[in-house]
Design a protein around this ligand. Structure first.
Ligand code: ADP
Ligand code: MG
Length: 261
């Protein structure tokens, strides 16, 4: 579990964190009806950080990252993404969604559209990019995730790992400054986890700000600069990977680590 499932060389020297704040969360609380799902969340993320969010099932990891691009509403506190306050103002939500890409456990590709069409749909219809230009950008990112030859196929004809790389390429076509990953490898067979992690490592090496909910603790150790542990809707503990794994502070973190490592 703690081994990184790749034999790829990782160049951490390229993963630099800047002074610029990418995301700021202050006193954030969220309820689902009467259920208090996120409790007093405070978190500052700088540009270039690679953050892994870990924690037991149901601890609020998905809800937290879904709040960051307004897929979920928060009821209390302040979220600022790339200088824009996340409020009910649709203009702001639109702006933030442009800056923030999201990749889910289930790839959410449109089954009746070709891979190329999946990649160009939002650029053409949301961004009003000319079709030819959108296709050039799409091919660029398909090459980047190493499956340009799949452009004319349909999602059902691709392996899970290939579909997830298409989903990542689709996000990149919108030129995000921040990428959110919610268990991107959890639905994949072991041999396909590697190819998706390799793509994520490459993004990290290019300086992308990344928040990743993942159980891949090898990725956390070697790629993340910070691991955040959540339990019962709270950030219980956060630290650099070395300290987080070797010297966990809270009992809840120790218990969690003893179960997964
Ligand atoms: P995690 O991603 O850490 O597994 P989630 O953020 O998905 O946790 O869920 C946190 C808690 O909120 C869980 O108890 C879950 O059942 C609950 N929950 C998630 N989504 C909803 C929803 N749409 N309505 C009500 N409760 C929800
Ligand atoms: Mg989840």
């Amino acid at each position: 579990m703690s081994e990184l499932k790749t034999d790829r060389e990782i160049d951490r020297s390229k993963m630099t964190v800047s002074d610029e704040v990418a995301i700021e969360i202050n006193g954030m609380n969220k309820w689902y009806g009467a259920f208090h799902v996120l409790r007093d969340i405070n978190l500052t993320v700088n540009q270039g950080e690679r953050i892994v969010i870990a924690g037991p099932s149901g601890s609020g990891k998905s809800t937290l990252i879904r709040c960051l691009n307004a897929l979920e509403e928060h009821q209390q506190g302040k979220i600022v993404v790339d200088g824009t306050v996340l409020s009910n103002d649709l203009k702001n939500i639109d702006k933030i969604r442009r800056e923030v890409g999201m990749v889910f456990q289930h790839f959410n590709l449109f089954p009746h559209l070709s891979i190329l069409e999946n990649l160009t749909l939002a650029p053409i219809w949301v961004r009003k990019t000319p079709k030819k230009e959108a296709e050039e950008v799409a091919m660029h990112y398909l090459e980047k995730v190493k499956i340009p030859e799949q452009a004319d196929k349909y999602p059902g004809q691709l392996s899970g790992g290939q579909q997830q790389r298409v989903a990542i390429a689709r996000s990149l076509c919108m030129k995000p400054r921040i990428m959110l990953f919610d268990e991107p490898t959890s639905a994949l067979d072991p041999e396909m986890i590697k190819e998706v992690l390799d793509t994520m490592i490459e993004l990290a090496e290019e300086g992308m700000t990344m928040l990743c909910v993942t159980h891949e603790m090898g990725f956390a150790r070697q790629v993340a600069n910070r691991v955040i542990f959540m339990d019962a809707g709270q950030i219980v503990e956060q630290n650099e990977p070395e300290e987080f794994f070797n010297n966990p502070q809270s009992e809840r973190t120790k218990l969690f680590l003893s179960q997964i490592l």
